[in-house]
Design a binder for this molecule. Structure first.
Ligand code: ZN
Ligand code: ZN
Length: 126
């Protein structure tokens, strides 16, 4: 009688490399919250050939995509690349427009406040 544990079938018939994966906790670069990069998504990333783990949590990723969509929509409206976004200056509170789409959480200033804070921009290049 042969030993039943070595009776023929190979242990390597079905490679289970997914078993090495486990959920990874990542700190979102945008909001600082810890989110879980689950195994299913890791497999999805690997299947797509993506090597870098995600940087943003699902909420921020969605927000970022919405921002990109808004920028693309604006660029469609202004094919020359000129966009105008209405904002309130974070310093003096004046209502103004800026030629770029503000980054979430970053203050936006009107032109005079911006120049006041960056006086070097007014100096002629030498
Ligand atoms: Zn986030
Ligand atoms: Zn201002």
């Amino acid at each position: 009688m042969t030993n039943p544990t070595t009776s023929g079938h190979s242990a390597f018939s079905a490679p289970q490399e997914n078993e090495e994966l486990s959920d990874i906790e990542i700190v979102c670069v945008e909001c600082g919250q810890v989110f879980v990069w689950c195994v299913e998504e890791q497999i999805f990333f690997r299947d797509k050939g993506l090597k870098n783990p995600p940087k943003r949590c699902a909420t921020c990723k969605k927000r970022k995509n919405e921002r990109i969509e808004a920028i693309l929509a604006l660029q469609k409206k202004h094919p020359k690349g000129k966009i105008e976004v209405a904002v309130y200056c974070a310093k003096c509170g004046v209502f103004t427009t800026v030629p770029f789409y503000p980054i979430q959480g970053k203050p936006v200033y009107c032109r005079s406040c911006f120049l006041a804070m960056n006086p070097d921009l007014l100096k002629p290049a030498s």
